[in-house]
Structures are given as C-alpha cells and as structure tokens.
Design a protein around this ligand. Structure first.
Ligand code: NAD
Length: 355
C-alpha cells in the first residue's frame, strides 16, 4: 500500500477500496453518505460499490454536474438531504467526483452541524493531483470562483487512476496542466518524466509524484501565507484568460487549457525578470505547445485581461502579483509587475503561436 501523509490525514494510492473499507471499520460512522454528480453517479459509483463489501451501507446525494452548479443552492440541497436522511455529528460524507464535487462536498460537510467528517475520492485528473489535496473547500457566488469557503482537511483521500478511464481526453489534458506545473515549480526530474505521459493509460506513479509535490508545499504553508503561492505559477494570467474565455467564447477554454497559456506567459516573465534561462523558456513552451491547443489571444482583449487580474484578491495597488520560475524545478513568489510588463508577456504568447 502506498500512502502520503498530509495535514493529519493520509492520501491512499493502490487498493483504495480495501483502504476505504479498513478506514470505515476503524471509524464506525453512524451513517455514510456518498456525494456524486450525475456523471460520476453513472461512471464511478458502480466502480466504488463493486469494490466494497456487500454489506456496505450508504445513502446517495446527487447534484447536477458543472462549475455553474457549484453554488449555495446546490449546497443547501446537500444540507437538506443530510438532514432528511438523519445525518448526525458522527456521519461521514464521501465526495466522489471532480473538483466541483470535492470542493462543494467538503464545504457542505465542514459547515453541516459545525462540521462532519468527509473523505475525498477524486475522479478527474485535476481533482486527483490538485483539488482534493490541501484542505481548500468552497463554492462560487455571483460568478466569483471559490469566494465562500473554508480551510478544512478531509479525514482521508483515496486516489484511483482507474476512474480516469471514463474521462474525456480534453478533461485529462486540462488536469495535466497542474501536473506539469508541479514539475516546473518544484522538481526538474519529474518534468522529464511527466513530459512522456500516456493519456490512454495514465501511470498512477505520475499522479503520486504530483500529489507528493503539492502535499510538500501545502504542509509547509497550510493557509497560503507564503510558499503556497508558488502553486499560483501560471494562474495570475491563466485565471484572467479563463474568465475572459468563459464570458466570450462559444466553446470556452477549460481551466487547465487557460493555465497552460498563463504558464507560457509567466515563463516569459520569469525569463525577463527572474533569471530563467532562454533555453529553459523554450523547453517549457515546447512541452506545453506539444499538448495544449494554441489560442488566439487578441490585442483588443489585453485591457480586459489586465482589469480581471487587478480584481483578483491577491493583488495590491496597481501592480499585479506573480509566482515566477528561477529555473525549471524552482519557483519564488511576490513579484509585482506593472501593466506594460504583463502586456509584453501577452504579446509574447500571441507571437509565439502565430509563428
Ligand atoms: P468537474 O468536477 O466539473 O469535472 C469535470 C467534468 O467531468 C464534470 O462534468 C464531471 O461530471 C465529469 N467527471 C468527473 N469524473 C469523471 C469520470 N471519472 N468519468 C467521466 N466524467 C467525469 O471539474 P474538475 O476539473 O475536476 O475540477 C474543477 C474544480 O476544482 C473547480 O471548481 C476548481 O475551483 C476546483 N479546484 C479546487 C482546488 C482546491 O485546492 N480545492 C484546486 C484546483 C481546482
């Protein structure tokens, strides 16, 4: 059995169902609830049930899939179901789904009756390598992502790469952005390995390595007061591109697709202002462009993108905060750059994809 120790709980790999079963026996919860969305209810719940003993007793709570449903209305729905089905303080919520389910389920559990236990069983690549680790729970409000939430650690996380078999290639690639980001910010050797990923059969060892990196960062800085900011590499510009695309494009970019654009721009800023070597910038751009589709970033969008970045809670005054690479495998944070510098990075992206 392979595990990673996190902030008071374990992240289990391999034989996850045996581990879950053992966990349930040890804890003897009064009731077990499984939260799914419609897709994970169809694709993943039967796999979970088949892996558990026949006497495994549970109630199911199902929500509609998608970020647009990660809101207070669905959260109230979850609280009501918990209440109607008689959940008490000794109940457990198993969140079986992508980041929407693990974030919203974590939030619902952390607030119901002042907090009941929950475990994360992430079913997308993004949620396995990122969302389910670190204790951030939350919901969106008025199109502001994760604006309501808590820092609450789960009781355990169970990661099973088999769940990824039913996930679309586009979703897999989106999740990959966070994996390769972990390599860029923390581990040059891992970069060499993760570059060769096979999306048709993702090696659980690569997921393990990625979780190990995220875990090392969040255990040193659980409440994002310092080091944890390096996880934002690619996200200052990437989030703005994601929001912009969501508002404008008929087929908007997925989170990871936008973050890949952000990483190209911020690698350029790292080269300009943080000593990243030109050859490493080229390596990063090549690795990302070999996987992620190019995006037409129009010059007319630059002012809107900057305005979105300025709205971001992480920024002070007129300058915008970045985590930048020093070299592949090493990142630092609290670089504040002005508009012209950011526009030069957006122009760099434009020129790179038009070559
Ligand atoms: P998601 O949960 O919306 O899942 C993407 C889609 O895949 C959904 O339609 C879902 O129903 C479907 N799906 C999930 N698992 C499946 C499977 N095994 N087979 C088939 N379909 C499946 O999105 P996501 O990308 O997993 O997560 C995005 C969310 O994660 C965002 O809300 C983001 O804010 C959050 N997030 C949180 C953290 C954190 O630290 N808490 C970190 C990163 C992202």
């Amino acid at each position: 059995m392979k595990t990673i120790d996190s902030l008071g709980y374990s992240i289990f790999f391999q034989n996850q169902f045996a581990s879950l079963n053992r966990f349930l026996k040890e804890r003897s919860y009064s009731k077990v609830f499984i939260l799914t969305d419609r897709n994970t209810g169809e694709q993943c719940l039967p796999v979970l049930i088949a892996g558990m003993p026949v006497d495994f007793e549970y109630d199911i709570i199902e929500v509609d899939p998608g970020e647009e449903n990660k809101n207070i209305d669905f959260c109230i729905g979850i609280w009501k179901m918990l209440l109607d089905f008689g959940a008490d303080r000794n109940s457990l919520l198993i969140n079986l789904g992508g980041g929407v389910v693990t974030d919203m389920g974590g939030f619902a559990a952390s607030t119901f009756k002042r907090g009941i236990d929950f475990v994360q069983m992430p079913t997308t690549l993004l949620s396995q390598v990122d969302a389910s680790v670190g204790g951030k729970t939350g919901i969106d409000m008025d199109s502001v992502k994760n604006i309501i939430g808590t820092f609450t650690q789960p009781q355990a996380v169970f990661i099973n790469a088999d769940f990824l078999k039913t996930l679309s290639k586009r979703q897999l690639i989106s999740g990959y952005a966070e994996m390769i980001k972990h390599a860029f910010i923390f581990d040059a050797d891992y970069f060499q390995e993760v570059k060769g990923i096979d999306f048709d059969d993702i090696d659980e060892e690569l997921i393990y390595r990625s979780v190990e990196i995220k875990n090392k960062v969040v255990t040193q800085d659980p409440k994002e007061q310092g080091l944890r900011k390096i996880l934002n590499f690619g996200h200052t510009i990437g989030h703005a591109v994601e929001t912009y695309s969501l508002n404008r494009d008929a087929n908007p970019l997925l989170h990871g697709e936008a973050i890949a654009i952000g990483m190209i721009c911020e690698a350029y800023l790292s080269y300009q202002y943080n000593g990243l070597k030109e050859g490493q910038l080229a390596e990063i751009v090549k690795a990302l462009r070999s996987i992620f589709p190019d995006y037409q970033l129009k010059s007319e969008s630059f002012s809107d993108l900057i305005a979105i970045m300025k709205n971001d809670k992480k920024n002070t005054d007129d300058n915008i905060g970045f985590a930048l690479l020093k070299e592949i495998g090493h990142c630092d944070f609290n670089h504040y750059l002005d508009e012209d510098k950011i526009k030069s990075a957006l122009t760099y992206y434009q020129e790179t994809v038009s070559e």
